[in-house]
Write a protein that binds this ligand. Structure first.
Ligand code: AHG
Ligand code: MN
Ligand code: MN
Length: 327
């Protein structure tokens, strides 16, 4: 019996009456956009979608053509959902606000349309990450940003799609984490990882070790310990350079992912709103942990829609051990 992601989210909404509003209608906008993105990625070498688009984004990073396409796909599909009042994208400096009738526009959505852009041209996994908040109608007039400058704990839903050998969508609405594999034969995401649970410990650590010497001391000492073996376990290093792919391995196999402060990014490189928060929400729903090196990611009160954060995310055993290090 197949369960599609649309059926699943409707079941979730029935099971948890608190889930007001029409999240399934919003989610169908995301899944449609990701299928459009996936079809471009599958044929990237054949289409003129590889390489740089010749622009730089608000992050000062060279936009890849697929970054632009993925962003357009999400803006278009979600702009057609009348329960979306505003969108924040990694690729847009300002939020996109949509005129909605008073009763509509219940949700504000934040996304990284294409994560791991540096891997597109070499056919390595990339992804899409999204995070959904309920809009507070009272604040809309003053500052649209206010709707998404909420701690990650307030997320109504969060998810990612990893475009790899298969295309897998993982999402949570706060009642567990669930994975769906895109079945190209029917063009639907079908439940394949029911109630995902991250192993309590793993045997992988994941960090960009080219910058090891410039990591803060507690990160260096911690990684040195993992290299020697920890709690009787030998660790291997894996670093794909696409956050969603490194995360997806971590949720399935356990272990720890670290993006520490570096000289070029003393506040961390990864973005809080559309990278760390959604993945932290899913990690915790799967029994894992996510901190900024000290504090729980989901409790951080954001001040800017593109703010960055250090990130230590993974199994309870490894993240708890990290916290024990003197920062
Ligand atoms: P994006 O492509 O959305 O800008 O994200 C890239 C991020 C993340 O996917 C990955 O974990 C990290 O950049 C890799 O950074 P380094 O190349 O500095 O290791
Ligand atoms: Mn990213
Ligand atoms: Mn991106």
């Amino acid at each position: 019996m197949i369960v599609t992601v649309q059926q699943h989210i409707l079941q979730q909404q029935k099971k948890y009456p608190g889930a007001r509003g029409n999240l399934s209608w919003l989610l169908s906008g995301i899944t449609l956009a990701t299928k459009m993105i996936e079809s471009k990625i599958r044929r990237a070498g054949l289409l003129d979608v590889l390489g740089a688009a010749g622009e730089t984004n608000v992050q000062g990073e060279a936009q890849q053509k697929l970054d632009v396409y993925a962003n357009q796909a999400l803006l278009h599909c979600l702009g057609m959902r009348d329960n979306v009042a505003m969108m924040v994208s990694e690729e847009n400096e300002e939020p996109i606000t949509l005129d909605r009738a008073d009763g509509d526009g219940e949700y504000a959505i934040v996304f990284d349309p294409l994560d791991g852009s540096s891997n597109i041209d070499v056919n390595v996994n990339v992804g899409t990450i999204f995070s959904i908040f309920r809009r507070d109608p009272g604040q809309f007039k003053m500052d649209p940003n206010a709707h998404v400058l909420q701690p990650g704990l307030k997320q109504v839903a969060a998810g990612y799609v990893v475009y790899g050998p298969s295309t897998v969508l993982v999402y949570t609405t706060g009642n567990g984490a669930f994975g769906f594999t895109l079945d190209p034969a029917i063009g639907a995401y079908v439940l394949s990882h029911d109630n995902l649970k991250m192993p309590d410990y793993g045997t992988y650590y994941s960090a960009n070790e080219s910058r090891f010497d410039s990591f803060p001391a507690n990160y260096r000492e911690y990684i040195a310990d993992l290299r020697e073996g920890f709690e009787g376990r030998e660790y291997s290093s894996r670093y794909i350079g696409s956050l969603v792919a490194d995360f997806h391995r971590t949720i399935l196999k356990g272990g720890v992912f670290l993006y520490p402060p570096t000289p070029s990014h003393p506040g961390g490189k990864l973005r809080l709103l559309y990278e760390a928060n959604p993945l932290a929400y899913i990690a915790e729903q799967a029994g894992g942990m996510a901190i900024d090196g000290k504090n729980r990611i989901l409790e951080i009160q954001p001040t800017d829609i593109h703010q960055r954060t250090p990130l230590v995310l993974g199994s309870k055993a490894e993240v708890t051990a990290f916290q024990a290090w003197k920062a």
